[in-house]
Design a protein. Structure first.
Length: 474
């Protein structure tokens, strides 16, 4: 009797253990399939939320994954008024652990604005739930949107010069804007909301580093319909820039250059293996770091708040000044007969008297007052619409970051900090971090024709448009 009881106990334990092992194996796995939805655009997969806009001409794929394999999937879709527009069920015999299938589009064409509720149900090959398998359900609420955004140019500068700037104001009509970008063919520019909803303004730059200009506005909506429009600017290639050959002398290598290295404070002047490496450290590494910081700081502004036309004065920071260094000067540095480095002068050097007061002839917000490497003591002031002014080699700061200043404010004194020989001011004008021709912004006639008048033209058109600021496109 004892033996039979023990045997029965062993059998029972074995059955229970075996049952537990079977139940906890993949044969009875209880995890439902995972489901994700992706919009397929130009061989790119963009994950979409449960609520989205959709152009049925664009493919949505459903990716289903499960350890026991995918057994079947069912897709149904109804419009908001209950009309069934999709009803499909597919059995998958190969038991794939991953199955990707295209979301069926309605067989009838639906007008823009129609809301469709999709329900996707996927069943796996598990024997869980009394051999019926695990189910996963994904719901998608899609709004039909087949129209590309409408884009129209309202006003713009007549032309843009090589190295220069131009103003563009345009309108976008769409109920679901995803992104708006303006390009010169190389650089992208953020746009500013202007006066009323659906209107935008941007100052463009054609940097001297770029060999061509191809201005476009590109608008993408949330259904990934895209509209691209050319910017009607005449391209002026007449500006010419100097090419200078400069000999590097021993007194510079062992004097000013060593001072700059000591000021940066990262390395000792005698830590370089040769004069070329020492020179390139300042002219390329430190200069590049300076210019990256200048670009970052001048771009750290609000691009989201509603903006209005601004009136700018000519940028004339020094009284009685003379030009001592040209904007866009391509400089090659020679040590003996060999070129050891190159740089591009991205501002205008002007001088008057020693420690001359520097005047901001336009109001703005101080973004930076800092000792840089090549640029020395530098102040950056933001004036709106992505436009900033830069003042370098200063001997003294008179402002602090965050201050709002009025036109006519003295911001500091000229000097020769950084890479400067003699007391002078390096003046830079930047459009979204891109240095542009100073001479344009120092000319009141150019500002009136290319900036002020364009703002006023757009203002009159927008205020007289008589619309109700509707941004719907259906």
């Amino acid at each position: 009797m004892k033996f039979k009881s023990l045997f029965r106990l062993v059998v029972l334990v074995g059955v229970l253990a075996g049952g537990y092992m079977v139940y906890t194996s993949d044969f009875f796995e209880s995890d439902p399939p995972s489901l994700d939805a992706y919009m397929v655009l130009d061989n790119k997969f963009i994950k979409i939320d449960e609520q989205a806009y959709w152009n049925p001409d664009k493919k949505i794929e459903i990716a289903a994954k499960d350890a026991s394999g995918i057994k079947s999937y069912q897709v149904s879709a109804k419009t908001s008024d209950g009309i069934l527009v999709v009803d499909k069920e597919v059995t998958v015999l190969q038991k794939p652990k991953e199955k990707i299938f295209v979301l069926p589009a309605p067989e009838v064409k639906l007008p823009d604005g129609t809301k469709i509720h999709y329900q996707i149900t996927v069943t796996d090959w598990s024997n869980s739930h009394f051999f019926s398998g695990n189910k996963a359900v994904k719901n998608l609420d899609l709004t039909v949107d087949t129209q590309a955004p409408f884009v129209s140019v309202i006003a713009n500068s007549y032309k843009i010069s090589y190295g220069g700037s131009a103003l563009l104001i345009f309108r976008v009509i769409d109920n679901s804007i995803e992104s708006i970008s303006v390009s010169n063919g190389v650089n992208e520019f953020k746009v500013f909301p202007f006066m009323k909803p659906s209107y935008y303004a941007v100052i463009l730059a054609w940097p001297v580093q770029n060999t061509f200009f191809n201005g476009t506005i590109t608008v993408l909506d949330k259904a990934y319909n895209k509209k691209r429009v050319s910017i009607p600017l005449i391209k002026d290639l007449s500006p010419k820039y100097r090419y200078s050959n400069i000999k590097v002398k021993d007194n510079f290598l062992n004097g000013k250059l060593n001072e700059l290295i000591d000021t940066v404070g990262e390395r000792a002047p005698d830590s370089f293996s040769n004069s070329k490496d020492k020179f390139n450290y300042i002219n390329e590494t430190i200069r590049g770091r300076d210019e990256a910081l200048i670009s970052k700081v001048s771009n750290d502004v609000d691009y989201t708040s509603m903006t209005h036309p601004i009136v700018l004065n000519a940028f004339l920071p020094l009284k009685g000044s003379v030009v001592v260094g040209s904007f866009g000067d391509h400089r090659s540095y020679y040590l003996g007969k060999k070129v050891i480095s190159k740089s591009l002068h991205l501002g205008l050097d002007i001088a008057s008297i020693k420690n001359a007061p520097i005047i901001s002839t336009n109001s703005g917000k101080v973004l930076l007052t800092e000792l840089l490497g090549v640029y020395g003591n530098t102040t950056i002031i933001y004036h709106g619409f992505g436009l900033s002014s830069l003042y370098s080699h200063m001997s003294k700061f008179l402002l602090k970051p965050g201050e709002n200043i009025a036109s006519g404010t003295t911001i500091g004194l000229t000097g020769q900090t950084g890479w400067a020989f003699g007391d002078h001011l390096h003046l830079g004008l930047l459009v979204q971090g891109n240095p542009v021709r100073d001479i344009e912004w120092m000319d009141s006639k150019w500002i009136k024709a290319n900036i002020t008048d364009v703002f006023m033209k757009a203002k009159n058109i927008i205020e007289g448009s008589g619309d109700k600021n509707k941004t719907e496109k259906y």
